[in-house]
Ligand binder design. Structure first.
Ligand code: PMV
Length: 320
């Protein structure tokens, strides 16, 4: 069998930062995200009794496969299968955008591998499986808005779709720096948990914010959605900054974009900033305001991408 699946990346409105259990990838708080339309990963998996090891090719380049193999081990255990697999992935996430491709990568791998191994998992089960590859991947199983419930254990920590909102949400991605990440999110996350005195305050606040966000989305209150989005990101980055050693993803141009967003709001443009594990800024806005947001960033004209809500993870092709 050969199975190909497509998964779209997502951007968290309420962030996930910090693992209670690093092996199972259980988070300290729930998180809420928007799956994006234009950025996705296509992954093909073929379990084959003739193979003597797993192989992994990403964008045409053979890669070392320890993380992919460890993930396939979870699938093999569930399916009671002892074959190796050929995994081929193509990222349609512009590498220069600095968008996390791990979310779309592990969501696509979870669906393609589980199907190819003969499993027929529900969305909830797929979300739990994808979570083991990368926490944010648990949310990419779903289209549009999703909430990842922090849960208590492996069984209860999964994402699910939130009702569609009436808000025409858009993300304007500002590419501040296309270079590789200075510090991996995995390592920095662990260090924030271990050393930041602000981490516990972030956890307490962010769990509450996740609940508030669900209400704000349900009542289509964009101002509240935007405020909660910006605060979750700002507080995550504040906790990171307070780690030992102190660290920040902010670059001068990052701060320039944050200031531009504040100016936009002062001018009545609905715009709120959010950032992940890198210096690029994503501006949450509404469809009718996209052109005004772009026009307010003259220095970044050739470094803007606009995305809207995207679909759930799906199987593209199955062949015998
Ligand atoms: O899923 P990971 O391990 O790549 O972590 C993602 C962390 C953030 O992107 C910073 C926040 C989030 O919730 O996506």
């Amino acid at each position: 069998m050969t199975t190909t699946a497509r998964a779209h990346t997502n951007i968290a409105l309420i962030k996930y930062w910090g693992k209670r259990n690093a092996n199972l990838i259980l988070p300290y708080t729930s998180s809420v995200s928007l799956t994006l339309d234009d950025f996705y990963t296509d992954t093909t998996v073929a379990f084959d009794s003739d193979l003597t090891a797993d192989t992994f090719v990403l964008d045409g380049n053979p890669q070392p496969a320890p993380k992919v193999s460890a993930f396939l081990d979870l699938v093999r255990a569930q399916a009671k299968l002892n074959q190796f697999a050929r995994v081929t992935s193509v990222n349609h996430v512009p590498t220069a955008a600095g968008l996390a491709s791990s979310a779309s990568a592990y969501a696509a791998l979870a669906l393609a591998a589980s199907r190819d191994a003969g499993l027929s998992l529900s969305s909830l089960e797929l979300s739990r499986l994808a979570r083991r590859g990368s926490g944010s991947a648990s949310r990419s199983i779903f289209g549009g808005l999703a909430i990842w419930h922090r849960g208590e254990d492996d069984l209860t920590s999964f994402a699910e779709a939130l009702p569609e909102t009436r808000l025409p949400l858009r993300m304007v991605v500002v590419m501040v720096d296309a270079g590789p990440k200075p510090v991996s999110s995995r390592q920095l996350m662990a260090n924030t948990v271990a050393t930041s005195p602000y981490f516990s305050a972030w956890v307490e606040n962010n769990e509450q914010a996740a609940g508030e966000m669900v209400n704000a989305l349900a009542t289509a209150d964009f101002t509240r959605v935007g405020e909660l989005t910006e605060q979750s990101s700002a507080r995550m980055h504040a906790a990171i900054f307070a780690s030992a050693p102190a660290f920040t993803y902010f670059q001068p141009a990052t701060l320039q974009v944050w200031h531009a967003v504040q100016t936009m709001r002062a001018q009545g443009i609905p715009a709120y900033a959010t950032m992940d594990a890198g210096p690029n800024v994503k501006i949450l806005t509404l469809a009718p305001a996209v052109e005004a947001v772009k026009a307010a960033l003259p220095e970044f004209q050739d470094r803007l991408l606009v995305a809207g809500p995207g679909p759930a993870t799906k199987v593209l092709e199955e062949a015998r």
